[in-house]
Design a protein around this ligand. Sequence first.
Ligand SMILES: CC(C)(COP(=O)(O)OP(=O)(O)OC[C@H]1O[C@@H](n2cnc3c(N)ncnc32)[C@H](O)[C@@H]1OP(=O)(O)O)[C@@H](O)C(=O)NCCC(=O)NCCS
Length: 179
Amino acid sequence: MFIPKPFRLEEKKIPMTEKKELQGKMPSESEIIMTELAIPNDANILGNVLGGRVMHWIDLAAATAAHRHCNAICVTAAIEGLSFLNPIKVGYLAHLKGRVVCVGKTSLVVKVDVHSENMDTGDKKKTSEAYLTFVCLDKNGVPRPVPPLILETEEEKAECEKAKKIRKRMLEIKRQEKE
Ligand SMILES: CC(C)(COP(=O)(O)OP(=O)(O)OC[C@H]1O[C@@H](n2cnc3c(N)ncnc32)[C@H](O)[C@@H]1OP(=O)(O)O)[C@@H](O)C(=O)NCCC(=O)NCCS
């Protein structure tokens, strides 16, 4: 459950040293595959799934991956790099794959890829991708340390570097908004 900032008990902030005690996890441990059947209620007048509906699915898949990594509630702080490359038509399947690609102290980045599937032909197309930053919260709604991420492959390391750059951009935007 998300607790708004004014009600947080800031004095209960957990020391960052606790992060060392958290056990590291691999990206594959947080991976989530979610499949949705596109129905008319999801679509615009062209019969394509609405962008907002795709965003909702992406947020759900990403939040699930973040929760699995942290074994705790995580809230969406930012979404970046969201693209709509191809439409998802009514009657098609939407496959969403999300996994944690990078972690900070109390935040983590989840990448979500979306593919559509035409069940009549078996054709699959990439339709979206997005990077979502989540902040892990304790029961008082205060950011808490996240488990380290164990990166093994070159692909995982490259994905994390990309996510770090995205996170840096998001924080710069946040800093500018505060000014
Ligand atoms: C997300 C939220 C908890 C961050 O609170 P905050 O007081 O700014 O937290 P902090 O400044 O302590 O930052 C916590 C971490 O989040 C990161 N962060 C915060 N805002 C961010 C943003 N916009 N983009 C990327 N990272 C961000 C910080 O860099 C920090 O990371 P680190 O600990 O890994 O170094 C707060 O802004 C919030 O509650 N937002 C609303 C969330 C929400 O309602 N989401 C939709 C429903 S789930």
